[in-house]
Design a protein. Structure first.
Length: 404
């Protein structure tokens, strides 16, 4: 696959009932921007069918079928991404108070420091061919370090979290079960420390989060929330940085604009999310009752797949949508319209942190390495064969001469 793998897989059009390549009943494929936004906002299209009394929800059931231990699966299945109201409303209310704009803004100096430390170390990671892999040595370690900093994970334990995040993403139960056992014990132990000795970090805020109607997070909910923030938040940001850097390096005219005017970086980040963001599709939705999307009649029990990558290339919403244009949102009042962070009640909780990290990363990288170039041809870039996300396996670059 070439960089054009980042383009939409399907052209925007009417909702279409297609066969599920992974088995099960057919799925409604929704591709137009307006229809995707409707799907992501419609409470009748839930994150799962109503589970039978005393039975597993669909996400726990899928993990157990994969081989994840039944007592561990809720740590992955019970997060914000997989829940519907009223549970989602309660959890989102509790965690939003902890994941405040003030806390994210206060983290920026630390994001800048971590970024500079990683950039200073890049020359030491250059291989015998004169290249350095920016996935391994920059895009991956930056967000995992930042999220550990945000949570209050001690520096000595962060290599453990890096390993756990890789094990979780492997989807191999032989690695996931030991990881879930270890990380859940770690989170609960650290949470007990924060109850006894509160700190100015996100874990303390989550432990202390309380609502008069909702109470506190249970132990399972706390573990699931931390895992969601660490795994999903770290991976999304890492792939945004690596995909975005690959896009810029293969579009030298856009890269030149950024080098000449760093003030364009925030808008560039939004355009990169639209053009090559990591999320190709949203989570499957399940119709809890009959509804209509884009003129198509969706029956109760049917599944709906919103294709974010296609919606973000819809010519009805974006002029010249297949063109990467970092000035697309430049100017007053031109807010991003992409759905790269989803939409509606499941809009990404960590979007502001991901934006901040990407902005700092691109600004600092271009300032320090003005001669940065790809070390391979665009056609040699390798993407993991994943159906729902865009993930580069490696991004080899040549650093060039540092800025004097």
């Amino acid at each position: 696959m070439t960089l054009e793998y980042t383009a939409h897989t399907y052209p925007p059009g009417d909702p279409e009932l297609v066969e599920d390549p992974y088995g099960g009943s057919p799925v409604w494929l929704v591709t137009r921007h307006d229809d995707v936004s409707e799907v992501l906002s419609d409470p009748r299209l839930a994150m799962g069918p109503a589970p039978p009394p005393g039975g597993m929800d669909v996400h726990t059931e899928m993990l157990v079928k994969l081989g994840v231990a039944e007592h561990l699966a809720p740590y992955l299945a019970g997060n914000l991404v997989h829940t519907d109201p009223p549970d989602h409303t309660r959890l989102r209310k509790l965690v939003t108070r902890a994941f405040s704009a003030r806390r994210i803004a206060a983290l920026r100096p630390r994001v800048e420091t971590v970024t500079e430390e990683l950039l200073r170390a890049l020359p030491e990671a250059v291989d015998a061919g004169g290249a350095v892999d920016m996935v391994e040595h920059f895009a991956f370690p930056l967000p995992i370090t930042v999220i550990c900093e945000l949570l209050g994970v001690p520096a000595k334990d962060r290599p453990l979290w890096r390993r756990w995040s890789v094990d979780c993403g492997s989807m191999d139960p032989r690695r996931m079960n030991p990881m879930l056992t270890d990380i859940s014990s770690y989170i609960l132990e650290l949470a007990e420390q924060r109850r006894a000795e509160p700190a100015d970090d996100l874990l303390t805020a989550l432990v202390q989060a309380r609502d008069e109607e909702s109470g506190r997070l249970s132990d399972t909910e706390l573990i699931a929330m931390v895992l969601n923030l660490v795994i999903a938040g770290h991976e999304t940001t890492a792939h945004l940085i690596s995909n975005g850097l690959a896009a810029l390096l293969t579009h030298p005219e856009q890269l030149a604009l950024l080098r000449d005017d760093p003030a364009l970086v925030p808008g560039a980040v939004q355009e990169l999310i639209r053009w090559c963001g990591p999320a190709v599709t949203a989570m499957l939705r399940y119709a809890r009752e009959d509804t209509t999307v884009g003129g198509a009649r969706i029956r109760r029990g049917e599944r709906v797949q919103a294709v974010l990558g296609t919606a973000n290339r819809d010519p009805a919403r974006f002029a010249d949508p297949d063109t990467l244009d970092i000035r697309r949102t430049a100017g007053e009042g031109r807010a991003p319209q992409h759905v790269g962070y989803s939409h509606g009640m499941h809009y990404c909780l960590g979007a502001s942190l991901a934006n901040q990290e990407a902005e700092v990363a691109f600004t600092a990288l271009l300032a320090r390495c003005p001669g940065l170039t790809l070390a391979v041809s665009p056609q040699e870039l390798k993407w993991k064969p994943l159906p729902f996300t865009r993930v580069l396996t490696r991004l080899p670059v040549r650093l060039g001469a540092p800025r004097p």
